[in-house]
Design a binder for this molecule. Structure first.
Ligand code: J2J
Length: 543
């Protein structure tokens, strides 16, 4: 096991094996099996390119040989920042095959995030596209390298300029040279949304993640004829695994890659490729609902429309069936593990008003009050969970783990939920210091620390403010040292520090002091209320 990764106690591991959750599969083996069984079937469609399981399998082996030649070894960490392109799969499966670990950065991450991942994970390589969405990732790689000259390999899909070209790394396949990869090995590091400072890295094993893919595929009724549209960036845990692209490959079905989630990108693809299932976040769902009535594409192949990552309003949820003509599935999950789904045959009331129930019978959940005691049934409290695909600790984070997990191994999700009489969860809010900006998670503390680096900022507190479209946006309250800087200047300052755009506060408010809680901490609740009231008043004045 990779050093610094807490794992399940033996008695739990034994139970999960005995109950058939963990079946001893690996990602490398899973792709090989699909390729052996139905090598000619299409695994991935990208534009006019159709890549079969056999081809993907072979290309992963050829790239694995190239990675080994570069000196990438078992347990090495590799930062993978690739958009929705076939290379994403080839790179990931090649790394899985040699036991090296992808660390899934998002395409929107910039120097601040990437340099941290490279440094913290002691990355052996960083893999990027040349350009994507009008952004040149080689410029980013240069910035990262100037901070971290020890970063050995920068590998570029496309024109590499001074870096290593990915396309030059495909060698003769030689699976005999692959290091032995075990099902209980960590397969990759996923990113946490983070609430205390920087994102934590989440170690997911082959055993646990593949189990989550298998039940996800089953609950979503994927079969060989299913076609999953990857509309969101697939490095996100949700489109990666719920059932996402990997669940689709697990089921031997077909993934169709979209450049982005807009109707202009996705609707023609749904029609052309006869897409049967896709997953989006609530703001995108709203855009689709709005667009569907005025567009001519035939969306009739769509059977399941998943919405998750942030709370979907019941009002919008109710419209899905009539507007898009398919079944809504709410998904409430987290990269740390636990995923809840509404089931495809659930009555409308459940599908519209709840965020689903845990996918595995072996998921254990508790809802507790501030003192850690179980709340009365049906009451709201913090959700704790443990189970066969929920981690027991973050990578190299001993101190944080002691707080984020209970002594008996339950993960404190930071989500406030209630459980109805049928065991379905309703998300009521959040206890963690995070902003959920339409599914993108922003850790308040991370942004505050960047703001505090500005010479004119004495103190900073970042909170969420309500937003009709994104659900929440972020607002930075600032106590200036003397003359307040312009809001635009502060935002520019954060951009120059290399912070991803979705973390830049949407609004800046200046104040002389922060409201305090009884124990003298900044009362974020009072700040949230203050900005919500101010926004409501402004909206009223406009009418
Ligand atoms: C309210 N809040 C939600 C929902 C996630 C499937 C689906 C989503 C994620 C994901 C994922 C929510 N309603 N329907 O990994 O496999 C908020 C909660 C949760 C946090 C996790 C998956 N669905 N959330 O969003 O790691 O606060 O995973 O704890 O990005 O998103 O965020 P993340």
């Amino acid at each position: 096991m990779l050093a610094g990764c807490p794992t399940w106690p033996d008695e739990f591991a034994e139970k999960y094996r005995k109950e058939g959750c963990w079946r001893g599969e690996t990602f490398g083996g899973m792709l090989r099996e699909r390729a052996d069984k139905h090598g000619n079937r299409i695994a991935v469609t990208y534009g006019d390119a159709h890549i079969s399981y056999g081809e993907l399998d072979m290309r992963a082996d050829r790239l694995a040989a190239g990675f080994l030649e570069l000196g990438i070894k078992k347990e090495d960490r590799v930062i993978v920042q690739l958009p929705n392109t076939p290379e994403f799969f080839e790179v990931c499966f090649a790394l899985f095959r040699i036991g090296a670990l992808p660390v899934f950065a998002l395409p929107s991450h910039r120097q601040s995030e990437i340099a941290y991942f490279c440094e913290f994970a002691e990355a052996a390589a960083y893999i990027i596209p040349d350009t994507h969405s009008r952004f040149d990732y080689r410029v980013l790689a240069r910035q990262v390298r100037s901070k971290l000259p020890e970063l050995r390999n920068v590998i570029v899909a496309g024109d590499p300029e001074e870096f290593q070209g990915l396309s030059d790394l495909y060698r003769d396949a030689d699976p005999g040279r692959h290091p032995h990869v075990k099902p209980d090995d960590v397969a990759f590091l996923q990113l946490s949304g983070g609430s205390t400072g920087l994102s934590k890295l989440i170690p997911r094993t082959h055993d646990d993640y593949i189990y989550s893919l298998r039940i996800s595929a089953d609950i979503c009724r994927l079969d060989h004829n299913s076609v999953y549209l990857a509309a969101l960036p697939m490095a996100h845990n949700y489109p990666l695994s719920s059932p996402g692209v990997l669940g689709t490959l697990y089921a031997g079905a077909r993934v169709v890659l979209a450049e982005g989630p807009s109707p202009d990108e996705t609707f023609p693809l749904i029609e052309k490729e006869r897409v049967t299932i896709t997953g989006v976040v609530p703001p995108i769902a709203l855009i689709w609902l709005e667009a569907a009535s005025s567009r001519s594409e035939d969306l009739s192949s769509l059977e399941v429309f998943q919405v998750g990552g942030a709370k979907f309003s019941a009002e919008a949820a109710r419209r899905v069936k009539s507007v898009l003509g398919c079944t809504l599935q709410q998904v409430f999950g987290m990269a740390e593990g636990l995923v809840n789904y509404t089931r495809l045959d659930d009555p409308e009331d459940i599908v519209v008003n709840t965020q689903g129930k845990p996918m595995s019978p072996f998921d254990e959940i508790k809802v507790v009050d501030e003192n850690g005691r179980d709340v009365e049934p049906g009451q709201t409290g913090e959700l704790l969970t443990r189970g066969p695909y929920t981690i027991r600790g973050y990578y190299k984070a001993e101190e944080h783990n002691a707080k984020a997990f209970t002594p008996d191994g339950f993960y404190r999700t930071g989500d406030l939920v209630k459980v109805n009489s049928s065991g379905y969860l309703i998300v009521e809010g959040r206890a963690k210091d995070q902003i959920n900006r339409g599914g993108e998670k922003v850790a308040a503390e991370e942004v505050e620390n960047h703001l505090l680096a500005h010479p004119s900022v004495h103190d900073a507190a970042v909170v969420s403010m309500p937003d009709d479209f994104l659900g929440e946006r972020s607002c930075a309250y600032i106590i200036p040292r003397d003359t307040p800087p312009a809001a635009a200047e502060l935002k520019q300052f954060l951009r120059e520090r290399g912070l991803a755009a979705y973390k830049i506060p949407d609004r800046v408010e200046f104040t002389d002091s922060f409201p305090q809680t009884g124990v003298g901490k900044v009362s974020k609740k009072a700040l949230r209320q203050a900005i919500a009231e101010k926004m409501a008043q402004a909206a009223k004045a406009k009418q």
